[in-house]
Design a binder for this molecule. Structure first.
Ligand code: HEC
Length: 191
């Protein structure tokens, strides 16, 4: 190879490597973030079968009052009156200690009245079945048992894959104790 030839081939390979560098840079510049991971985070967890804990259904007045309060209210900011003992208007994280003045978000309640009528409901919706006389009509007749009601509130998709109800336990919106309180309220004797 002549002197010029060596120089030309040197320039040539230099240009090639610059081009491939540019190509790599361009590729990383237009690369999109992996959207499937973001979508997955927003997606609901798959339907889950829950077993009612022991001693779940209670006739204790305070437990039933908690269930009733969650049923009839949307959240701790909109709810009127003092919540029953054992229920907060704020969503505290378990195990976390709070200082005075800390911002704590309002607790989310069930707002079940948006879709269900029941004894004493104000402005109830009718997307879901009327739950008046639930004990007499559904439990005493054995049309439903406690476990069915518990599962319906915990994750209704087990009963109906196209259910339009909110998913309360699989999503972590409520604790098992809260689902028990709501169930106890629905199946309780009401005036
Ligand atoms: C967006 C509307 C909606 C909301 C909110 C809602 N439900 Fe429902 N609910 C339904 C529908 C619709 C059904 C009928 C079955 C289904 O689609 O899962 C139902 C069914 C039920 C049943 C079963 C009745 C039976 O024996 O057949 C119970 C119990 C119940 N809901 C309780 C609740 C409770 C408690 C809450 C609040 C934590 C609630 N629902 C919130 C729409 C709703």
């Amino acid at each position: 190879m002549t002197k010029d030839g060596v120089l030309l081939s040197c320039i040539g390979s230099l240009m090639l490597s610059v081009m491939s560098l540019q190509a790599a840079d361009l590729k990383s510049a237009v690369e999109v973030p992996d959207a499937s991971k973001i979508i997955q985070k927003d997606q609901l967890k798959p339907p889950h079968k829950w077993v009612m804990p022991k001693g779940c259904i209670s006739t204790d007045a305070n437990t039933i009052a908690i269930g009733k309060y969650i049923f009839h209210n949307l959240n701790g900011k909109k709810a009127k009156g003092k919540p029953p003992k054992g229920l907060s208007k704020k969503q505290m994280k378990p195990g976390k200690t709070y200082k005075p003045g800390d911002k704590i978000p309002p607790k989310q309640y069930g707002n079940c009245v948006a879709c269900h009528n029941i004894e004493g409901a104000v402005g109830a919706g009718n997307i879901g079945p009327d739950l008046h006389n639930y004990k007499k009509n559904f439990i005493d007749t054995k049309a439903r048992d406690y476990q069915y009601v518990y599962q319906q509130i915990a994750d209704s998709r087990i009963h109906n894959k196209d259910s339009r109800m909110t998913i309360n336990l699989t999503t972590g919106l409520f604790t098992p104790e809260e689902v028990c309180a709501i169930t106890s309220y629905i199946v309780s004797d009401k005036k």
